[in-house]
Design a protein around this ligand. Structure first.
Ligand SMILES: O=c1ccn([C@@H]2O[C@H](COP(=O)(O)O)[C@@H](O)[C@H]2O)c(=O)[nH]1
Length: 243
Protein backbone atom coordinates (compact mmCIF):
# COMPACT_ATOMS: atom_id res chain seq x y z
CA UNK A 1 0.00 0.00 0.00
CA UNK A 2 1.07 3.57 -0.53
CA UNK A 3 1.80 6.42 1.85
CA UNK A 4 -1.38 8.44 1.40
CA UNK A 5 0.15 11.01 -0.99
CA UNK A 6 -1.72 13.44 -3.24
CA UNK A 7 -2.54 10.81 -5.87
CA UNK A 8 -3.84 8.31 -3.35
CA UNK A 9 -6.05 10.94 -1.73
CA UNK A 10 -7.20 12.85 -4.78
CA UNK A 11 -7.13 10.66 -7.88
CA UNK A 12 -10.16 8.54 -8.73
CA UNK A 13 -9.41 5.93 -11.38
CA UNK A 14 -12.19 5.28 -13.90
CA UNK A 15 -12.80 1.53 -14.03
CA UNK A 16 -14.09 1.57 -17.60
CA UNK A 17 -13.74 -2.11 -18.46
CA UNK A 18 -16.29 -4.52 -19.88
CA UNK A 19 -16.61 -7.14 -17.15
CA UNK A 20 -15.99 -8.11 -13.54
CA UNK A 21 -12.92 -10.19 -14.31
CA UNK A 22 -11.11 -7.31 -16.04
CA UNK A 23 -12.15 -4.97 -13.25
CA UNK A 24 -10.75 -7.23 -10.52
CA UNK A 25 -7.52 -7.68 -12.48
CA UNK A 26 -7.01 -3.89 -12.62
CA UNK A 27 -7.98 -3.29 -8.99
CA UNK A 28 -5.45 -5.91 -7.90
CA UNK A 29 -2.79 -4.58 -10.26
CA UNK A 30 -3.07 -1.09 -8.71
CA UNK A 31 -3.26 -1.63 -4.93
CA UNK A 32 -2.32 2.03 -4.25
CA UNK A 33 -5.59 3.21 -5.81
CA UNK A 34 -8.09 3.76 -3.04
CA UNK A 35 -10.89 5.44 -4.99
CA UNK A 36 -12.46 3.85 -8.08
CA UNK A 37 -15.16 5.13 -10.42
CA UNK A 38 -17.75 2.66 -11.68
CA UNK A 39 -19.49 4.02 -14.74
CA UNK A 40 -22.08 3.02 -17.27
CA UNK A 41 -20.03 0.35 -19.05
CA UNK A 42 -19.06 -1.72 -16.01
CA UNK A 43 -22.27 -1.23 -14.02
CA UNK A 44 -24.38 -2.22 -17.01
CA UNK A 45 -22.27 -5.35 -17.31
CA UNK A 46 -21.99 -6.45 -13.68
CA UNK A 47 -24.75 -4.64 -11.82
CA UNK A 48 -24.15 -3.93 -8.11
CA UNK A 49 -21.87 -6.96 -7.72
CA UNK A 50 -18.83 -4.86 -8.63
CA UNK A 51 -19.65 -2.48 -5.78
CA UNK A 52 -19.52 -5.41 -3.36
CA UNK A 53 -16.14 -6.40 -4.78
CA UNK A 54 -14.78 -2.87 -4.24
CA UNK A 55 -16.20 -2.70 -0.73
CA UNK A 56 -14.69 -6.05 0.19
CA UNK A 57 -11.32 -4.54 -0.79
CA UNK A 58 -12.06 -1.41 1.30
CA UNK A 59 -12.06 0.94 -1.69
CA UNK A 60 -14.00 4.16 -1.97
CA UNK A 61 -16.58 4.23 -4.79
CA UNK A 62 -17.74 6.90 -7.20
CA UNK A 63 -20.88 5.52 -8.87
CA UNK A 64 -21.04 7.58 -12.04
CA UNK A 65 -24.37 6.67 -13.61
CA UNK A 66 -25.17 10.27 -14.65
CA UNK A 67 -28.89 10.09 -14.02
CA UNK A 68 -30.86 12.25 -16.44
CA UNK A 69 -34.65 11.95 -16.32
CA UNK A 70 -37.83 13.41 -14.86
CA UNK A 71 -37.93 14.14 -11.11
CA UNK A 72 -39.83 11.00 -10.08
CA UNK A 73 -37.49 8.74 -12.03
CA UNK A 74 -34.20 10.27 -10.91
CA UNK A 75 -35.47 10.28 -7.34
CA UNK A 76 -36.14 6.54 -7.58
CA UNK A 77 -32.75 5.89 -9.12
CA UNK A 78 -30.95 7.93 -6.44
CA UNK A 79 -32.92 6.20 -3.66
CA UNK A 80 -31.82 2.82 -5.01
CA UNK A 81 -28.21 3.82 -5.66
CA UNK A 82 -27.79 5.37 -2.21
CA UNK A 83 -28.55 2.00 -0.61
CA UNK A 84 -25.23 0.68 -1.93
CA UNK A 85 -23.31 2.99 0.40
CA UNK A 86 -21.26 4.62 -2.36
CA UNK A 87 -19.26 7.79 -1.73
CA UNK A 88 -20.14 9.85 -4.81
CA UNK A 89 -23.13 9.70 -7.17
CA UNK A 90 -23.85 11.72 -10.33
CA UNK A 91 -26.87 13.35 -11.91
CA UNK A 92 -26.99 15.78 -14.85
CA UNK A 93 -27.63 19.41 -13.83
CA UNK A 94 -29.81 19.65 -16.96
CA UNK A 95 -32.43 17.47 -15.21
CA UNK A 96 -33.54 20.79 -13.73
CA UNK A 97 -34.30 22.22 -10.34
CA UNK A 98 -37.18 19.91 -9.36
CA UNK A 99 -35.27 16.77 -10.26
CA UNK A 100 -32.10 17.90 -8.47
CA UNK A 101 -34.02 18.63 -5.27
CA UNK A 102 -35.96 15.36 -5.47
CA UNK A 103 -32.69 13.48 -6.04
CA UNK A 104 -31.10 14.85 -2.86
CA UNK A 105 -34.09 13.95 -0.73
CA UNK A 106 -34.41 10.48 -2.21
CA UNK A 107 -30.68 9.70 -1.89
CA UNK A 108 -30.91 10.64 1.76
CA UNK A 109 -33.99 8.46 2.30
CA UNK A 110 -32.40 5.48 0.54
CA UNK A 111 -29.23 5.73 2.61
CA UNK A 112 -31.06 6.14 5.92
CA UNK A 113 -33.26 3.15 5.16
CA UNK A 114 -30.21 1.03 4.37
CA UNK A 115 -28.30 2.32 7.41
CA UNK A 116 -25.42 3.73 5.34
CA UNK A 117 -23.95 7.21 4.85
CA UNK A 118 -25.70 9.15 2.05
CA UNK A 119 -23.51 9.62 -1.03
CA UNK A 120 -22.25 13.06 -1.97
CA UNK A 121 -24.53 13.95 -4.85
CA UNK A 122 -22.74 15.86 -7.61
CA UNK A 123 -24.07 17.28 -10.86
CA UNK A 124 -22.54 17.12 -14.32
CA UNK A 125 -22.17 20.70 -15.58
CA UNK A 126 -21.19 19.98 -19.17
CA UNK A 127 -19.53 16.78 -20.36
CA UNK A 128 -15.80 17.23 -20.87
CA UNK A 129 -16.13 15.74 -24.35
CA UNK A 130 -18.11 18.78 -25.54
CA UNK A 131 -16.18 21.66 -27.10
CA UNK A 132 -17.25 25.31 -27.19
CA UNK A 133 -18.05 24.85 -30.87
CA UNK A 134 -20.28 21.82 -30.22
CA UNK A 135 -22.07 23.66 -27.42
CA UNK A 136 -22.93 26.48 -29.77
CA UNK A 137 -23.55 24.66 -33.05
CA UNK A 138 -24.84 21.22 -32.02
CA UNK A 139 -26.51 21.89 -28.67
CA UNK A 140 -27.60 25.43 -29.69
CA UNK A 141 -26.73 26.87 -26.27
CA UNK A 142 -26.42 30.64 -26.73
CA UNK A 143 -23.95 31.14 -23.84
CA UNK A 144 -20.16 31.08 -23.81
CA UNK A 145 -19.01 27.70 -22.50
CA UNK A 146 -17.50 28.94 -19.19
CA UNK A 147 -20.68 30.91 -18.48
CA UNK A 148 -22.86 27.87 -19.20
CA UNK A 149 -20.76 25.63 -16.93
CA UNK A 150 -20.97 28.25 -14.19
CA UNK A 151 -24.76 28.53 -14.52
CA UNK A 152 -25.10 24.75 -14.19
CA UNK A 153 -22.84 24.74 -11.14
CA UNK A 154 -24.79 27.57 -9.50
CA UNK A 155 -28.06 25.76 -10.16
CA UNK A 156 -26.65 22.63 -8.49
CA UNK A 157 -25.39 24.67 -5.56
CA UNK A 158 -28.71 26.51 -5.11
CA UNK A 159 -30.52 23.16 -5.08
CA UNK A 160 -28.27 21.90 -2.29
CA UNK A 161 -26.04 19.43 -4.14
CA UNK A 162 -22.62 18.70 -2.69
CA UNK A 163 -20.69 19.69 -5.79
CA UNK A 164 -20.24 19.23 -9.51
CA UNK A 165 -18.31 17.39 -12.16
CA UNK A 166 -16.56 19.95 -14.33
CA UNK A 167 -13.70 20.21 -16.75
CA UNK A 168 -10.32 21.24 -15.33
CA UNK A 169 -10.48 24.25 -17.64
CA UNK A 170 -13.43 25.66 -15.68
CA UNK A 171 -12.37 24.62 -12.20
CA UNK A 172 -10.60 27.85 -11.16
CA UNK A 173 -13.64 29.95 -12.03
CA UNK A 174 -16.02 27.56 -10.24
CA UNK A 175 -13.80 27.40 -7.16
CA UNK A 176 -13.76 31.17 -6.93
CA UNK A 177 -17.52 31.51 -7.34
CA UNK A 178 -18.81 28.44 -5.50
CA UNK A 179 -16.36 28.51 -2.58
CA UNK A 180 -14.14 25.98 -0.87
CA UNK A 181 -16.85 23.71 0.51
CA UNK A 182 -18.33 22.86 -2.90
CA UNK A 183 -16.83 19.66 -4.32
CA UNK A 184 -15.21 20.01 -7.73
CA UNK A 185 -14.53 16.69 -9.42
CA UNK A 186 -12.61 16.83 -12.70
CA UNK A 187 -12.46 14.24 -15.44
CA UNK A 188 -10.81 15.14 -18.74
CA UNK A 189 -7.40 15.14 -17.06
CA UNK A 190 -4.48 14.31 -19.33
CA UNK A 191 -0.78 14.04 -18.53
CA UNK A 192 1.31 15.52 -21.37
CA UNK A 193 2.33 12.00 -22.43
CA UNK A 194 -1.26 10.72 -22.83
CA UNK A 195 -3.67 10.85 -25.74
CA UNK A 196 -6.60 13.26 -25.35
CA UNK A 197 -8.89 10.81 -27.19
CA UNK A 198 -12.47 12.15 -26.96
CA UNK A 199 -11.75 14.66 -24.18
CA UNK A 200 -12.05 18.25 -25.46
CA UNK A 201 -11.38 20.44 -22.39
CA UNK A 202 -8.33 18.97 -20.69
CA UNK A 203 -5.51 20.07 -18.42
CA UNK A 204 -2.65 18.06 -16.93
CA UNK A 205 -3.02 16.52 -13.44
CA UNK A 206 -0.77 19.18 -11.85
CA UNK A 207 -2.58 22.02 -13.61
CA UNK A 208 -6.03 20.68 -12.61
CA UNK A 209 -4.98 20.28 -8.99
CA UNK A 210 -3.39 23.75 -8.87
CA UNK A 211 -6.56 25.24 -10.35
CA UNK A 212 -8.57 23.96 -7.37
CA UNK A 213 -9.94 20.49 -8.14
CA UNK A 214 -10.83 18.33 -5.15
CA UNK A 215 -10.60 15.12 -7.13
CA UNK A 216 -9.15 14.19 -10.51
CA UNK A 217 -10.84 11.39 -12.45
CA UNK A 218 -8.36 9.60 -14.70
CA UNK A 219 -9.16 6.54 -16.75
CA UNK A 220 -7.47 5.52 -20.00
CA UNK A 221 -4.09 7.18 -19.40
CA UNK A 222 -3.73 4.61 -16.58
CA UNK A 223 -6.03 1.74 -17.44
CA UNK A 224 -5.03 1.29 -21.09
CA UNK A 225 -1.33 2.00 -20.52
CA UNK A 226 1.05 -0.83 -21.38
CA UNK A 227 2.14 -0.66 -17.75
CA UNK A 228 -0.67 0.81 -15.61
CA UNK A 229 1.53 0.78 -12.48
CA UNK A 230 4.10 2.97 -14.25
CA UNK A 231 1.39 5.38 -15.49
CA UNK A 232 0.06 5.67 -11.93
CA UNK A 233 3.60 6.29 -10.63
CA UNK A 234 4.23 9.04 -13.19
CA UNK A 235 0.95 10.76 -12.24
CA UNK A 236 1.75 10.42 -8.52
CA UNK A 237 5.15 11.98 -9.10
CA UNK A 238 3.64 14.82 -11.12
CA UNK A 239 1.24 15.57 -8.28
CA UNK A 240 4.02 15.78 -5.70
CA UNK A 241 5.04 19.01 -7.48
CA UNK A 242 1.73 20.61 -6.42
CA UNK A 243 1.79 22.24 -2.97
O1 LIG B 1 -17.90 15.27 -18.08
C1 LIG B 1 -17.53 14.11 -17.84
C2 LIG B 1 -18.14 13.30 -16.93
C3 LIG B 1 -17.66 12.05 -16.69
N1 LIG B 1 -16.58 11.58 -17.37
C4 LIG B 1 -16.10 10.22 -17.06
O2 LIG B 1 -14.76 10.28 -16.57
C5 LIG B 1 -13.98 9.23 -17.11
C6 LIG B 1 -12.83 9.81 -17.87
O3 LIG B 1 -12.08 8.76 -18.43
P1 LIG B 1 -10.79 9.00 -19.35
O4 LIG B 1 -10.47 7.63 -19.84
O5 LIG B 1 -9.72 9.57 -18.44
O6 LIG B 1 -11.16 9.95 -20.44
C7 LIG B 1 -14.92 8.38 -17.97
O7 LIG B 1 -15.34 7.29 -17.18
C8 LIG B 1 -16.11 9.28 -18.25
O8 LIG B 1 -17.32 8.57 -18.29
C9 LIG B 1 -15.97 12.38 -18.28
O9 LIG B 1 -14.97 11.98 -18.93
N2 LIG B 1 -16.44 13.64 -18.49
Amino acid sequence: MGNGGQAEQRVIVALDVPDEQSAIALIDQLPQVGFWKVGLELFTSTGPKILEVLKSKEKRIFLDLKFDDIPNTVAGACRSAARYGVDLLTIHATCGRDALKAAIEAAHEGAVKAGVQPPKLIAITLLTSISARQLAFDLKIPLELPEYALEMALLAQECGLDGVVCSPQEVAQLRETCGDRFLLVCPGVRPTWADNADQKRSLTPAQAMKAGADYLVIGRPITTATEPELAWKRISEELTTVA
